[in-house]
Design a protein around this ligand. Structure first.
Ligand SMILES: [Zn+2]
Length: 124
């Protein structure tokens, strides 16, 4: 095999084996079993991500529930209280609309963030 040809050889993304030259140029795996195994891993990762998001959702819902129980609905609560519990503001599975305000709904609770760094929680 000449040098040029060797340099062109592509490796399977799963087993790192050579992909036969006869295969389509855009092929990433050397065989169907490798392709299938890689697909299984992708599915598993997607499932783990979903599960992680679900668990995080439960954690945040619990925080909202605790504040809702201690403060009630429609009460301004300093955002700092949430920061102390490592609140995840980036988690936005659903919108929550209350009057003309748009907030975030997590499970049975919706919250709104106000400009003065306070939060209001509502049971949905
Ligand atoms: Zn392979």
């Amino acid at each position: 095999m000449n040098q040029k040809k060797k340099a062109m050889t592509r490796s399977c993304r799963y087993c790192q084996g050579d992909i036969p030259d006869s295969y389509r140029k855009n092929r990433c795996y050397c065989s169907d079993p490798c392709s299938y195994a890689a697909c299984q891993i992708r599915s598993k990762l997607q499932y783990q991500n979903l599960k992680k998001e679900f668990t995080e959702g439960n954690r945040i819902e619990k925080i909202l529930q605790d504040f809702h129980m201690s403060h009630g609905s429609d009460i301004f609560i300093p955002a700092q209280h949430f920061e102390n519990l490592n609140m995840n503001w980036a988690l936005k599975p659903e919108d929550f609309i209350h009057e003309e305000f748009k907030g975030t709904r997590i499970g049975e609770y919706g919250y709104l963030i106000f400009d003065n760094n306070t939060i209001k929680i509502y049971k949905v």
